[in-house]
Design a protein around this ligand. Structure first.
Ligand code: ASP
Length: 451
C-alpha cells in the first residue's frame, strides 16, 4: 500500500511531499546562511536580526514541536509493539527462531558495517597530515562540550551499561530515557503473557492492541506535519552551520559518509536481493518516509513511530516481525553508528599517532559492535560510547572535540543507515515466516483477544 499525505489514498504521496520539504529546507537554509550570517575577522559570527527572528519564532518551534510529538509516542509504542509482537509470535519455538535471526542479523550486519568503516580509514588515512593549527582551533572551539561527553563516557562503564538493561524500576527507566531497560521489561512481559491463557491476559492483550492502534492513529496524524517539519529542521541546521564547518575535516567527512553510503547502497541492496528476496528499488521507495525522518531528526527513537508505520503498512512483511525487529532495532541495531564509532577511533588513533596492532583493531571492531547496541537513539547518542572506547585503547578521549563541529551532519547520515538497517532486518527476518493470521482466526492471540 502506498502511503499518501492523508494516509487514505488521496492527494500527493507523503514521501513526495517530504522530499519537497527536504529540498525547500535545504535550499532556503543555504540562502539564509549566505545572506544572514557574517563571520568577523576574529571568527565571531554575526546573525542578521531577520534570520534570528525566523529561527526563534518559526523554524525552531516547528522542528521542536514535531520532535516532541514523535518522542511523546515512543513509550506507548515501544511497550505495546514489543509485548504484542512477542504475544503474536506466541509459540516459544517461533520466538526463539525470530529472536535468533534478529540477533544474528544485528551481529553479522553490524560487524560488516564496522569492518567497512575501518578498512576505509586504513586505506584513506584521513587522520594523517591534518594541519596542527587548524586542529588546535577546532579542539579549542569544542573543548568544553567534549569534556562533558568524556565525563558521561567515563560514568557509563561497560558493566553499568549491561546492568541498566535489567531495570530495577521500569518507570524510572522510562522517565530516564533508558529504552533498552523498557524493552527488556516489555520482552519479559510479552513472553509471560504469551504463556498464560486466562481471560485477564486476553483482556490485557486486547487493551494493549487498543493502545497500539490509537498510537498508530496518532502517528498517522503527526506524520502529516513531517514535510513542514523536515523543511524547518533542515533550514535550522543549514542556515546556522552552513557547509563551511565541514571543510577543515573534509577528508574525514568524506571517508565516514562514503563508508556509510557503501553500506546503505551496496550492502543493504545485496542483502535485500539475495537474502530478503525484495527488490532494493521497491524497498527504498517504501521506506522513504522513515529514511527522510531519520535524516532530518538524527534520532532513531524519534523515527521509531514512522519506522513502525512503514513496517506495518508498506513493507508487506508479517506485522509481528516488524513490531519485534523495528522496536528492538531502534536502540540495539545501529549499523551506521557502529560504523562511525570504528571510523572515529581509528581516525583519532592516526591523528595522535597511536599504533593499533591488527589484534587491537579486531578488538576495536568487537567493541564497536557492542557500542552500536549500547548507544542511545538520540542525536549524538554515540559520542559518550566513543569516548569510553577511546579510553580503552589509550587514545586521548578529549580528541573527540576535533570532530564535534562536523558531527551533526554525519549523525544525520548514520541515523539514516541505522533506521534503514531496522527495515532491512525486518525484511530478512520475515523470510520463511508465515504471513499474519487473519483477524479472529488461527493462532493470532492478539487478534483472538480482540475478537
Ligand atoms: N543519532 C543516532 C541515532 O539516533 C545515534 C548516534 O550515532 O549518535 O540513531
Amino acid at each position: 500500500m502506498g502511503m499518501t499525505a492523508g494516509g487514505e489514498g488521496r492527494g500527493m504521496a507523503l514521501h513526495t511531499k517530504m522530499l519537497i520539504g527536504f529540498f525547500v529546507g535545504a535550499v532556503a537554509g543555504g540562502i539564509a546562511h549566505a545572506l544572514g550570517i557574517a563571520v568577523g575577522a576574529d571568527g565571531a559570527r554575526d546573525v542578521a536580526p531577520w534570520l534570528a527572528a525566523t529561527l526563534t519564532w518559526v523554524t525552531q518551534p516547528v522542528g521542536s514541536i514535531f520532535l516532541n510529538l514523535l518522542f511523546m509516542l515512543v513509550l506507548p509504542l515501544v511497550f505495546s509493539a514489543l509485548v504484542l509482537g512477542v504475544v503474536e509470535i506466541g509459540d516459544p519455538k517461533a520466538l526463539g527462531r525470530i529472536g535468533g535471526k534478529t540477533l544474528g542479523f544485528i551481529f553479522v550486519v553490524t560487524g560488516i558495517a564496522v569492518a567497512i568503516g575501518m578498512v576505509a580509514v586504513n586505506v584513506f588515512q584521513p587522520g594523517v597530515g591534518i594541519d596542527a593549527a587548524v586542529a588546535q582551533s577546532l579542539i579549542a572551539q569544542s573543548q568544553s562540550q567534549a569534556e562533558g561527553i568524556v565525563a558521561r563516557g567515563e560514568a557509563a562503564s561497560a558493566m553499568q551499561v549491561l546492568l541498566s538493561i535489567v531495570p530495577r524500576n521500569p518507570l524510572e527507566a522510562a522517565v530516564n530515557g533508558n529504552l533498552i531497560g523498557v524493552m527488556f521489561f516489555a520482552l519479559l512481559f510479552g513472553i509471560a503473557a504469551a504463556t498464560v491463557h486466562t481471560d485477564g491476559v486476553r483482556t490485557f492483550v486486547g487493551t494493549l492492541q487498543g493502545v497500539y492502534d490509537i498510537t498508530l492513529k496518532l502517528i498517522n496524524k503527526v506524520i502529516q506535519l513531517a514535510p513542514y517539519a523536515v523543511a524547518a529542521l533542515l533550514f535550522n541546521l543549514i542556515a546556522v552551520q552552513g557547509f563551511t564547518a565541514l571543510l577543515p575535516l573534509a577528508k574525514f567527512v568524506a571517508v565516514a559518509v562514503g563508508a556509510l553510503a557503501f553500506h546503505m547502497f551496496v550492502v543493504f541492496p545485496t542483502l535485500l536481493w539475495f537474502v530478503g528476496r525484495m527488490g532494493p528499488v521497491t524497498f527504498f521507495k517504501r521506506a522513504q518516509p522513515a529514511i527522510l525522518t531519520a535524516f532530518s531528526t538524527s534520532s532513531s527513537s524519534a523515527t521509531l513511530p514512522t519506522t513502525l508505520r512503514v513496517a506495518e503498512e508498506s513493507l508487506g512483511t508479517p506485522r509481528r516481525v516488524g513490531r519485534f525487529v523495528c522496536t528492538l532495532g531502534a536502540t540495539a541495531n545501529m549499523n551506521g553508528t557502529a560504523l562511525f564509532e570504528g571510523v572515529v577511533v581509528l581516525f583519532l588513533a592516526q591523528f595522535f599517532g597511536v599504533e593499533l596492532s591488527l589484534g587491537q583493531q579486531v578488538l576495536v571492531l568487537l567493541m564497536c559492535i557492542l557500542g552500536g547496541i549500547g548507544a542511545a537513539g538520540v542525536p549524538g547518542g554515540s559520542l559518550p560510547v566513543i569516548a569510553s572506547i577511546l579510553v580503552m585503547f589509550g587514545i586521548p578521549p578529549e580528541g573527540i572535540a576535533l570532530i564535534l563541529g562536523v558531527d551533526r551532519f554525519i549523525d544525520m547520515c548514520r541515523t539514516t543507515v541505522n533506521v534503514t538497517g531496522d527495515l532491512v532486518g525486518t525484511v530478512i527476518v520475515s523470510r520463511g515466516e508465515p504471513p499474519d493470521a487473519v483477524e479472529g482466526h488461527g493462532p493470532d492471540p492478539a487478534a483472538a483477544a480482540r475478537a
